[in-house]
Design a protein around this ligand. Structure first.
Ligand code: ADP
Ligand code: MG
Length: 222
């Protein structure tokens, strides 16, 4: 049997190196962006806007990278989070992409909350739902389940999409691992990092051609 790398090991191997590089590139790019802003105050030219937009993309990638590999630097307040409420409003963000999608929301124990960094969680569930939509190519079913049991919140995100081949399962969450031509491979890294940081667990089950389920457990009290 093959030994699976755990999330920390995956991050250590690739993410930390990438984060170091990202950090070094971010500072000069930020300063270029600042000077570009100054230029734009005196000159108008479509190329300047293109440059601005492209710089913004690069900075956004670097920001994501730093976020997933250095979560301790996240200076977000810990607040009380009600996942039932957050998950149902999050689905609204995807509304235009849900025409041919059957969505099943089964959000029980709606009064249960946990303490955590809300924006990290919103981003994590956004990443999971986005992946599910991409996996079903916007046709199929997405199920989101929430319930409380023995001091743990269980959240399941399932789709009836393409699934993940068995030999690729262990790669999920590795920074930059992506099977998509336009993928960044940072979405699941962000998800795994967020769940870990809050003392939770995440597991994945998948059958090629049938679908994928992410199962998350978070302690109600930390
Ligand atoms: P990206 O979406 O940019 O490729 P992610 O980190 O979000 O990066 O996902 C990494 C890879 O994991 C995806 O490219 C895909 O191969 C696989 N994956 C993630 N979620 C699913 C899913 N719900 N169904 C099938 N494959 C998935
Ligand atoms: Mg993704």
């Amino acid at each position: 049997t093959e030994k699976l790398l755990n999330h920390q090991e995956k991050l250590a191997s690739i993410g930390q190196i990438a984060a170091g590089i990202a950090h070094e590139i971010k500072n000069p790019l930020t300063s270029v962006k600042g000077f570009l802003r100054l230029l734009k105050e005196s000159y108008t030219h479509p190329y300047l806007d293109v440059m601005d937009a492209e710089l913004e993309k690069a900075l956004d990638t670097l920001k994501n990278l730093l976020q997933v590999s250095k979560p301790d630097l996240q200076e977000e307040k810990v607040v009380s989070i009600n996942f039932c409420k957050e998950l149902s409003s999050l689905m609204l963000l995807f509304q235009e992409r849900l025409y041919n999608v059957e969505v099943e929301l089964d959000l029980r124990d709606s009064e249960i909350t946990i303490f955590g960094k809300k924006n990290l969680f919103l981003k994590a569930f956004f990443n999971l739902i986005k992946n599910a939509l991409e996996a079903i190519e916007e046709k199929g079913k997405i199920t989101i389940l929430h319930y409380h049991k023995d001091g743990w919140i269980h959240i399941k995100v399932s789709d009836t999409g393409v699934g993940v081949p068995k030999d690729k399962l262990k790669m999920l969450g590795t920074p930059f691992f992506s099977s998509k031509s336009d993928g960044t491979g940072l979405g699941l890294t962000q998800v795994f990092t967020t769940i870990n940081e809050h003392g939770g667990n995440i597991t994945v089950e998948s059958v090629v051609g049938q679908g994928t389920t992410f199962h998350i457990q978070l302690p109600v009290k930390q």
